[in-house]
Design a protein around this ligand. Structure first.
Ligand SMILES: CC/C=C\C/C=C\C/C=C\C/C=C\C=C\C(=O)SCCNC(=O)CCNC(=O)[C@H](O)C(C)(C)COP(=O)(O)OP(=O)(O)OC[C@H]1O[C@@H](n2cnc3c(N)ncnc32)[C@H](O)[C@@H]1OP(=O)(O)O
Ligand SMILES: Cc1cc2nc3c(=O)[nH]c(=O)nc-3n(C[C@H](O)[C@H](O)[C@H](O)COP(=O)(O)OP(=O)(O)OC[C@H]3O[C@@H](n4cnc5c(N)ncnc54)[C@H](O)[C@@H]3O)c2cc1C
Length: 634
């Protein structure tokens, strides 16, 4: 007799009479029905392998054992690559970062940097000959690489990197050295124990002149013994300059000195998608738990309500739910811009590079910071159980907050965006993604609180805040301040302008995607409600920007507040159906709070029982330490 599948009765009720086709949203997020089929086949292929399951929860292993266990599974995954039903590239993308890979490699993939940065650096910066020599070796995993840029003393300021690569014309070799403790490469993933090669960013010196940071291919360890090569600590190695600019002993300047930063642009684009995947996981866990959890008293004398029925809980969870769609659609838009710009750059056309740099910085900083804040709200919305390690919130939060720092610390990236916006506004040229900055934007006299009207308000705020920042810069200039001081003293305004620009991009992506998308009426309705909720939420959160730059009135704000709470109530009944549409398997969520069947309490209990401390009634430490204390009559 088939075993009755348990489904929490509250979750079961939430799923009844869903007014829209969940699979239609799943296909939208996957990029089409075929992609969904491919993803599900791949998930079954990977998650059915018993060798990829953890014998004990990772949190109970030592540091070294965690590393060994993750490396074992990462290598097994690579062996499975060849027979994957989804093909190499889609499989690799799924196995890196927060998606399917995180269901297997809970502490992170020791081989991630090889695929996410090392190979892209070779592809983006290597000459044809170098790619012929290294790419096949890298793809065949005959070498494991990392991307070694950050040093103990520098991560942001690349022009301040201390590692030197001095070209010796006599031997036609580069001598790489770390001249000081602060020059030690620090942070590069896999550098410690896994990688045997690295793309090392170093200051290139030739004929006594520094030509700035360039990428170098460096072998770190012996390919047979894995022992560090002689002198590896001082990095006295025999590196190869990638995308060599040394022709017959003479340095030839690249067409654009920032092309060596291209790998970072690629990863920033990827990070937007990755933090969105993590946010989807957090929202799914919190939403399902909030419909299982019953607590307190809403109506005197009534049964304890589902906590999702509190407006306060809806206010916590429905904006992040909406954000997952907003960030996904914006990340898709950025990914398309990346491909267009990259194809042009390969043909020598660099025109879109500033737009791509500006937009990738903006979206990476916005998506990572907003996702980090929303993940913490999701954790808090689950009370004490959200604090448990097995909830998966601590791990998700750790991964998303890391993205606020790596690949460019967010503040530094905001200032890069501001530099691009000020330049575009002042020069009234270029600015593919900020065309509103070119030419005069006439702000609406009275505020129109329709969707289109609110988007116009976002545009008013974006252009208005750039003008406020420029006015501050000009004011400092008139006081005789040097440009670098004026820039530093306007930083608060510059960052606000950059953030307003990033929010406008996300809002326009969401609205435009709904206009262009071939959606059924029920799906369009629920996604339009989420879109309207999200853009009003952000406006209410940043109302100061809109008061400063538009004719928004107190009345308008009160009207938008009312609209916001109406939308909370309208979306509440579909919250579980919407997160079900993400189609995230329990193994990917990796949380007893978020499991599909809602059997939360039994799963929490089972998880607690796995702790080594729960394998005996009295731990040995009692006899060593506590008992003596109890007897000591202090
Ligand atoms: C599939 C999913 C897999 C995995 C999960 C996802 C992600 C995980 C992957 C990776 C995480 C793990 C590893 C992390 C790796 C790293 O962190 S690698 C190191 C990253 N480090 C940085 O990003 C450093 C940040 N600093 C900088 O970028 C620069 O130092 C700077 C901030 C730009 C300042 O440099 P500089 O002073 O030289 O620049 P400016 O003088 O301010 O500007 C000069 C002009 O250059 C233009 N510019 C600057 N940067 C770029 C760029 N990247 N591309 C294009 N153009 C650039 C800038 O706009 C100026 O132009 P101008 O205004 O016309 O003069
Ligand atoms: C999980 C993780 C993985 C990583 N993996 C790698 C890797 O594989 N390879 C690699 O090369 N690196 C890696 N990094 C390093 C990462 O790229 C750097 O930490 C990052 O670029 C920030 O640089 P920093 O640490 O020097 O911070 P700093 O720049 O020193 O930041 C300290 C403070 O100074 C402020 N600040 C700095 N410059 C300015 C400015 N111009 N204006 C205003 N404020 C400023 C920052 O906003 C910040 O508040 C990783 C980091 C993490 C956290």
């Amino acid at each position: 007799m088939s075993k009755e599948i348990y489904e929490n009765p509250d979750l079961k009720k939430e799923r009844q009479n869903c007014p829209f086709n969940k699979e239609e949203i799943t296909h939208l997020l996957d990029g089409g029905k075929e992609k969904t089929i491919e993803r599900k086949q791949l998930e079954n292929y990977i998650l059915s392998d018993e060798q990829l399951k953890d014998a004990v929860p990772m949190e109970y292993l030592s540091h070294a054992d965690k590393y060994a266990e993750e490396l074992r599974k990462a290598c097994l995954l690579m062996h499975k690559l060849a027979d994957s039903p989804a093909g190499q590239v889609p499989t690799l993308r799924a196995l890196m970062g927060a998606g399917l890979g995180s269901a297997v490699l809970k502490e992170g993939n020791p081989l991630a940097l090889h695929y996410v940065m090392f190979i892209p650096a070779l592809m983006g910066q290597g000459t044809i000959d170098q790619q012929a020599k290294w790419l096949e070796k890298a793809y065949n995993l005959n070498m494991i690489g990392t991307y070694a840029q950050t040093e103990l003393g520098h991560g942001t300021f690349l022009r301040g990197l201390e590692t030197r690569a001095t070209y010796d014309p006599k031997t036609q070799e580069f001598i790489l050295e770390s001249p000081s403790l602060t020059a030690y490469k620090w942070w590069p993933g896999s550098l410690g124990k896994t990688a045997n090669y690295a793309v090392v960013m170093a200051q290139l010196y030739t004929k006594g002149k520094c030509e700035g940071t360039h990428p170098f291919m460096v072998q770190l360890r012996d390919e047979e013994t894995h022992e560090p090569l002689p002198g590896i600590v001082n990095m006295w190695l025999n590196p190869v300059c990638i995308s060599s600019y040394i022709h017959y002993g003479t340095y030839v300047k690249p067409t654009n000195s920032k092309l060596s930063y291209a790998t970072m642009v690629f990863v920033r684009v990827v990070v937007c998608q990755d933090v969105t995947t993590n946010l989807r996981k957090a929202v799914t866990i919190a939403t399902r738990y909030s419909c299982v959890r019953r607590q307190s008293e809403l109506k005197p004398g009534d049964r304890e309500p589902q906590v999702m029925d509190y407006q306060a809980q809806q206010n916590k969870l429905l904006p992040p739910l909406a954000a997952t769609f907003a960030f996904q659609l914006a990340a898709d838009h950025l990914w398309n811009l990346y491909h267009t710009a990259n194809n042009n750059i390969e043909q020598g056309d660099l025109e879109l590079l500033p737009d791509l740099h500006g937009l990738s910085c903006a979206l990476k900083a916005l998506c990572s910071s907003e996702a980090a804040n929303f993940v913490e709200v999701c954790r808090q919305s689950c009370g004490g159980h959200g604090y448990m390690s097995c909830s998966n919130f601590p791990r998700i939060y750790g991964q998303v907050t890391a993205a606020e720092t790596y690949e460019g610390e967010n503040t530094v990236l905001w200032l890069q965006v501001a530099r691009y916006l000020v330049k575009t506004r002042k020069e009234q040229s270029g600015g593919l993604s900020v065309k509103y900055l070119i030419g005069e934007e006439k702000g609406p006299k009275t505020v129109d609180t329709t969707l289109e009207g609110i988007v116009k308000l976002y545009r008013r705020a974006a252009v208005g805040l750039v003008d406020v920042a420029i006015a501050e810069l000009d004011k400092s200039g008139r006081k005789g301040e040097a440009p670098h001081d004026a820039w530093n003293h306007a930083a608060v305004y510059l960052i606000k302008a950059a953030q307003a620009h990033a929010r406008l991009f996300v809002v326009e992506s969401f609205v435009d995607s709904l206009k262009e998308g071939k959606l059924s009426a029920p799906v369009r309705t629920v996604l339009s409600q989420l879109c309207e909720l999200f853009i009003i939420y952000w406006l209410l959160e940043r109302s100061g920007d809109f008061f400063l730059c538009s004719n928004l009135t107190k009345q308008d704000l009160l009207l938008l507040n009312s609209k916001y709470v109406e939308l909370l109530a309208a979306i509440r009944p579909q919250a579980v159906n919407l997160v079900d549409s993400f189609d995230l398997r329990d193994e990917v969520l990796n949380s007893p709070l978020g499991c599909w069947d809602g059997n939360v309490y039994q799963r929490l209990f089972d998880e607690a029982a796995k702790s080594p401390l729960n394998q005996s009634n009295v731990h040995e430490s009692f006899h060593k330490y506590l008992k003596p204390l109890l007897k000591s009559n202090l």
